[in-house]
Design a protein around this ligand. Structure first.
Ligand SMILES: [Zn+2]
Length: 279
């Protein structure tokens, strides 16, 4: 859909299934189950809604899904379904991997950086040969030395080959990536998550990434159990959600299985959302 002179498209990498309790933290199951139904293994099916931003000069990809470098056991553990893939979706827009010139990784968890790289003739190489990959320096350093709590969230093959190929651009804090597209560092989910703000001709879109993974996570206290700094997540949501409402931002929810893009409003003190007409 259009945003000023830009074009925004959801380019999905399919869905995965994660533990419902982990997705909703301290929220009791009877409450979250009304939003997302659980399967027999207590998992909820969530989206991998990568975002393509087309400006007059650039094709920018925000996050790259879970990718294809998985064995059968992991595919089953994470419920990797690949109803579609990121590369198929790009092809649907007549874009090959070489047409992407910027990749923004909101962070390097395996469900956001999976198609960063591809296995080719026994080697793992960057999927997007002409892209610079924009990553927070703190996130890259942490991904190289994760702790016991979040070790399972990183796969070295998603980022090490990009760094070795000289395609990784490490930045610190907020920065403009191309005119109209900026990254904003927001702690909470982890120390160095970056959200993405897109501005064109007076219109604004905002990628919340794992700060607000689905529309079900809009209430301040609905925070994922995965978050390393949940109180900071609450603070950031209390700051950003009212701004999204009052300024009419087009909001992007990476993991929402139904509503990847929405506009927010307020009714009786509650945040409500509606899908944009064109989406
Ligand atoms: Zn995620």
């Amino acid at each position: 859909m259009r945003l000023g002179s830009f074009e925004l498209e959801i380019v999905s990498d399919g869905t995965i299934a994660l533990d419902g309790g982990a997705m909703f933290g301290v929220v009791p199951r009877p409450l979250w189950e009304r939003k997302l139904a659980a399967d027999a293994q207590h998992r909820v099916r969530i989206g991998l809604n990568c975002l393509l931003i087309r400006t007059p000069g650039d094709n920018i990809l925000v996050d790259t899904g879970i990718g294809a470098k998985w064995d059968e056991r992991s595919r089953s553990r994470y419920g990797i379904a690949h109803e579609t893939t990121l590369l198929d979706e790009l092809a649907r827009h007549h874009l090959g991997a070489e047409a992407i010139n910027v990749v923004i990784n909101t962070h390097l968890h395996f469900d956001h950086a999976g198609t960063n790289t591809t296995e080719r003739a026994g080697r793992v190489v960057p999927t997007f040969p002409r892209a610079r990959y924009v990553v927070q320096r703190g996130e890259f350093e942490h991904a190289c030395q994760p702790n016991e709590r979040d070790r399972a969230s990183y796969v070295e093959a998603d980022f090490a080959p990009v760094f070795e190929a000289g395609q990784m651009e490490l930045i610190e804090g907020d920065a403009e990536v191309v005119p109209g597209v900026s990254v904003i560092k927001v702690s909470g989910h982890n120390r160095d998550l970056q959200c993405v703000k897109v501005e064109s001709e007076g219109e604004t879109a905002f990628v919340f990434a794992d700060l607000i993974p689905t529309t079900a996570h809009l209430p301040a206290a609905w925070v994922m159990g995965y978050d390393l700094y949940p109180v900071e997540t609450v603070e950031q949501k209390k700051r950003l959600v009212p701004q999204a409402v009052s300024e009419g931002w087009l909001c992007h929810f990476y993991h929402d299985p139904q509503t990847p893009l929405a506009r927010l409003g307020e009714r009786d003190g509650k945040i409500i959302f509606e899908r944009p007409e064109e989406a």
